[in-house]
Design a protein around this ligand. Sequence first.
Ligand SMILES: NC(=O)c1ccc[n+]([C@@H]2O[C@H](COP(=O)([O-])OP(=O)(O)OC[C@H]3O[C@@H](n4cnc5c(N)ncnc54)[C@H](O)[C@@H]3O)[C@@H](O)[C@H]2O)c1
Length: 349
Amino acid sequence: MPSPLPSEKALVPFVSVENMMHLVHRIGIETMLTELTDVIEADFRRWERFDKTPRVASHSREGVIELMPTSDGEIYSFKYVNGHPKNMAQGLQTVTAFGLLAEVSTGYPVLLTEMTLLTALRTAATSAMAARHLAPKGARTMAMIGNGAQAEFQALAMKAVCGIDHLRLYDIDPLATAKTARNLSGTGLTVTACTSSQSAIEGAEIITTCTADKQYATILSDNMVGAGVHINAIGGDCPGKTELHRDILLRADTFVEYPPQTRIEGEIQQMDPDYPVTEFWRVLTGQATGRREARQITLFDSVGFAIEDFSALRYVRDKLEGTGLYQELDIIADPDDPRDLFGMLQRAK
Ligand SMILES: NC(=O)c1ccc[n+]([C@@H]2O[C@H](COP(=O)([O-])OP(=O)(O)OC[C@H]3O[C@@H](n4cnc5c(N)ncnc54)[C@H](O)[C@@H]3O)[C@@H](O)[C@H]2O)c1
């Protein structure tokens, strides 16, 4: 007898890299970045509803592999993500990811998707969310230090959400800067390629550091950073991996996602355990102050938190409806009689 078809719940929609690219273009990248910023912000506003834990990291000499779970009691998500700065020299991505969404009531998955592109999009949207509340009013120029895989996403989110129209690029590899400038031509951003981080930050109200190095680096030193800027530090996101000189942190007001994770992974790992930080969600809910005055240096010490992936996964699930941009994967064994798992196997002979 042929085995019965799996039930609807057993078939899990899977979004491949190819389909994710089609989805991004169908929505429009700047629209998607803006909408992602809004859905992440909406979830940050209900921060207390979520299960939170620092991500589970497996470190090696070459990099790190991490699992990032969370749940709001109705939906559960996790992301698998790596960070391998040396991969690029071998023609591989520094960061790759995939993720899953499941319903809490049954534990059945409802979405499996690539998340390498989605991580770049959600990281950029998270940066823009923080910058729209912390950056100086009317900021138009951003310095972008580190012009790798994340760079264009960061630039376009800051353009779409915060109104940045001028970008000053710097990377130790001029080919990376040329690639980013080329990719951003025709987007409406005025792009200036610079030959040092010092010159890149001239006149910039927002400074994004997005470099990859598996060691403490000093992308910005204290004397380089003037009053009134907003620093969006993306690349310091692992123990032993930071981008800013600690003296900058002594002058800045620092905003973080989830302190127990950021104290391990962020720029603040260089500081004493009682170094003061503000949880960014508290700014959104009015429990803490963001930018107080024009001369203040604000720092968003971004490491990437599971709730951002949760928001991005739910957004993709909503946007998929009616698009056909997925395949159905038979990944859940689901016998007609739930107790007859073995019988199902036997009948498949
Ligand atoms: N905070 C988050 O949520 C989050 C999310 C994704 C990635 N990241 C991190 O962002 C960083 C960038 O990721 P990516 O995918 O763009 O990596 P990538 O390897 O594609 O690009 C990194 C770029 O940094 C440049 N670089 C290295 N050292 C530099 C220096 N001293 N000065 C200037 N440029 C330098 C490299 O030449 C390269 O072009 C990584 O460290 C990654 O772990 C953070």
